[in-house]
Design a protein around this ligand. Structure first.
Ligand SMILES: O=C(O)C[C@@](O)(CF)CCOP(=O)(O)OP(=O)(O)O
Length: 324
């Protein structure tokens, strides 16, 4: 019973930032992302009745400890769903350059969920697959779909109505994303720990939540009409509001480094030179830059020229999860 699946990472334009339920990963707000073609994980899962525990190999390394535990408990959910007490060997390969600051857990859990459920004989719909993937890593549930996807937070406390839905396919709009990889690699607060501290202590968190519904309505309108300025402005403002909440947490923290801010300022300066370009930042110092194909030369050259930039990694809209 073996299956292989491939899933791409995604970049949130309206951020998931806060859980209302941690054990089954239910968010405090809806979020919206674009699946990217440049970064993906390929995962094979083979259930084997002779195994007495799961085995996990990631990029040719045997995985143990916390990362292993997260995968094994995710497989427990799949075993329970299938009603089978079988262990599996999992082999994963990340095309996500770990330094890129992309949430490789997003492509990882989406590929694992797809390969694992297929290998154990569950034929899940994309909705069911997204709902399952959510329990591995929240943002991963959006990677089931290609192009633009919205994770609906749902209202029920059992999570049965919390999963992603497709908004527009990758073919809808050829916009570009450059992940600016900064050389500094200072330890950061994980997204899980960061959102927990923020939810529990930041006075700005409610303001963040209050602003989401309008951001979502406006950005979906912008996507529908391929209005780059509208999408870029909302995405950049939403990211800044998310990061503002961390400054009000106790103890306060930020994911930004000096080079993060330098890249942000350069992006804003390019706009004064009539280059339509916007940024978004996740739970790390790296900046993801949004632009249109006709500006790729000037944008990519400018980003490469900035001090403190180790590399830039380019993406276009990507496809949803596929079985190989
Ligand atoms: O991707 C976004 O919407 C925004 C973030 O990347 C941060 F900016 C959150 C990602 O959180 P994730 O790693 O999915 O958390 P988990 O559910 O605790 O595994």
């Amino acid at each position: 019973m073996k299956a292989t699946a491939k899933a791409h990472t995604n970049i949130a334009l309206i951020k998931y930032w806060g859980k209302r339920n941690e054990p089954i990963i239910l968010p405090t707000n809806n979020s919206l992302s674009l699946t990217l073609d440049g970064y993906f994980t390929t995962t094979s899962v083979e259930f084997d009745e002779t195994l007495t525990k799961d085995q996990f190999i990631l990029d040719e390394q045997v995985i143990t400890g916390e990362q292993y535990e997260r995968v094994a408990s995710f497989l427990d959910i799949i075993r329970k769903l299938a009603g089978k007490q079988l262990y599996a060997s999992i082999t994963s390969k990340n095309e996500v350059p770990t330094a890129a600051g992309f949430a490789s857990s997003a492509s990882g859990f989406a590929a694992l969920a797809a390969a694992g459920t297929k290998a154990i004989g569950l034929g899940l719909s994309n909705m069911e697959l997204s709902r399952l993937t959510r329990q591995g890593s929240g943002s991963a549930c959006r990677s089931i779909y290609g192009g633009f996807a919205e994770w609906q937070m749902g209202k029920k406390e059992d999570g049965s109505d919390s999963y992603a839905i497709p908004i527009a396919p990758a073919e809808h709009w050829d916009i570009r994303v450059a992940a600016v990889v900064l050389s500094s690699t200072k330890k950061k607060v994980s997204s899980r720990a960061g959102m927990k501290r923020t939810v529990e202590t930041s006075p700005f968190f409610q303001g963040w939540l209050d602003s989401i519904p309008q951001d979502l309505t406006t950005i979906k309108e912008g996507i529908r009409h391929r209005d780059f300025q509208k999408v870029g402005e909302i995405a950049e403002a939403n990211c800044l509001k998310m990061h503002a909440t961390t400054l009000g947490a106790n103890p306060p923290f930020t994911y930004w480094h000096d080079t993060t801010i330098a890249v942000m300022q350069k992006i804003q300066e390019m706009r004064t030179q009539n280059i339509p370009v916007y940024f978004t930042i996740d739970a790390g110092p790296n900046v993801k830059v949004l632009y249109l194909p006709e500006y790729e030369k000037i944008v990519e050259e400018t980003l490469r020229s900035l001090s403190g930039v180790a590399d830039i990694r380019l993406s276009k809209p990507g496809q949803g999860v596929t079985y190989l």
